[in-house]
Design a protein around this ligand. Structure first.
Ligand SMILES: Cc1cc2nc3c(=O)[nH]c(=O)nc-3n(C[C@H](O)[C@H](O)[C@H](O)COP(=O)(O)OP(=O)(O)OC[C@H]3O[C@@H](n4cnc5c(N)ncnc54)[C@H](O)[C@@H]3O)c2cc1C
Length: 310
């Protein structure tokens, strides 16, 4: 396998627990991946192909709900909050009856139209190391090294979970960065999350995580800079403070930037490699990789199984 972010590690866990011998080759330790930057709220954000994404997301919801039984260990909690600019019918079209208690937000909860929901909120600083431990406990091996061609990997099936790295590795120029910047502050007493878009189309969201409040956000297409922009950070705090005034004075703990691996559609398919070998691609999850990780991992595992038995 190549790639050890949330997609790679989740896929590696599923494969290793099904008895496959799995070695993950990763350029970066998981703490330095895009996945480590994610907020991360489970919600079926619009990624393509829509019908598959919905299925992957709902399967992942099953798993996250179970993992939320041990939040300190897995980093997954069920937390209430508001999806702003959403209507109940639209939300129900996504999730059917899989999110109990879904309802329109009251005016006290949100000034505009919104939906109140209890959803998985994933603390990636706990979840990713937990995934790594679970993979290692299932007999997996992780090697930190860069791969320059899938064909160079010495394995009958090579699973490609390289996110934005697929752009050079495959190569696939249709994978492009959508840059996201976050501000991490001391939590001034906020215990629900909120996702909102203002009249100018700017996003604002806050996620209460253990020991901190994560403020977002931005989505800049084809922007590559890994450096936090102080003016952008200031604007993020201002947008969030407009929704929750106590955020204005919160002490800033840090700044984060991540490049979402966006693609017209997630690539989850098999492709032949030279020498009768096979690659299984699982990349291009944009802003929804955490949301769909388990569903995609299981589908990738089915493709690996098909490849290994054909
Ligand atoms: C600010 C922000 C907020 C987000 N919030 C959410 C959210 O609330 N909910 C949600 O579902 N999603 C969210 N996302 C999206 C989510 O983070 C991504 O979809 C997800 O992390 C993609 O995971 P990945 O494993 O494909 O990629 P990555 O985490 O980037 O991992 C790629 C892996 O491949 C490795 N790699 C790449 N190239 C090579 C190579 N040539 N050789 C060896 N290894 C290589 C890297 O080292 C890394 O291990 C957010 C993203 C950002 C930036």
């Amino acid at each position: 396998m190549v790639g050890g972010g949330v997609i790679g590690l989740t896929t590696a866990v599923v494969l290793a627990e099904r008895g496959r011998r799995v070695r993950v080759l990763t350029r970066d330790p998981v703490e330095r991946t895009t996945s480590a930057v994610a907020g991360a709220l489970w919600w079926p954000y619009a990624i393509e192909p829509v019908a598959s994404a919905r299925r992957w997301a709902l399967r992942s919801l099953d798993v996250y709900e179970e993992l939320a039984d041990s939040p300190e260990v897995t980093g997954v909690r069920m937390v209430e909050g508001v999806l702003g600019e959403a209507d109940l019918d639209g939300a129900r079209a996504w999730v059917g009856d899989r999110v109990p208690g879904l309802r329109a937000a009251t005016v006290e909860e949100y000034a505009g139209q919104g939906v109140w929901a209890r959803l998985p909120l994933i603390d990636m600083s706990t979840h990713l190391p937990w995934l790594r431990r679970r993979f290692l406990a299932a007999g997996g091996v992780i090697e930190t090294r860069s791969v320059s061609a899938l064909a160079e990997v010495d394995a009958p099936v090579v699973v490609n979970c390289t996110g934005l790295g697929a752009r050079d590795l495959v190569p696939d120029a249709t994978v492009r960065p959508v840059r996201g910047q976050l501000v991490v502050v001391e939590n001034p007493g906020v215990n629900t999350w909120l996702v909102s878009t203002d009249a100018a189309g700017e996003m604002a969201y806050f996620f209460p995580q253990p020991g901190r409040l994560v403020l977002g956000g931005t989505a800049d297409e084809d922007a590559w800079s890994p450096a936090p922009d102080p003016a952008v950070a200031e604007a993020i705090v201002a947008r969030c403070a407009a929704l929750r005034p106590e955020i204005a004075g919160a002490r800033v703990l840090g700044h984060l930037v991540g490049l979402r691996p966006a693609r017209d559609a997630v690539r989850l398919e098999r492709e032949p490699l030279p020498g009768g070998r096979v690659s299984v691609h699982n990349y291009g999850h944009g802003g929804a990789g955490v949301t769909v990780a388990w569903g995609c991992a299981e589908e990738a595992a089915r493709l690996v199984h098909g490849a290994a038995s054909s």
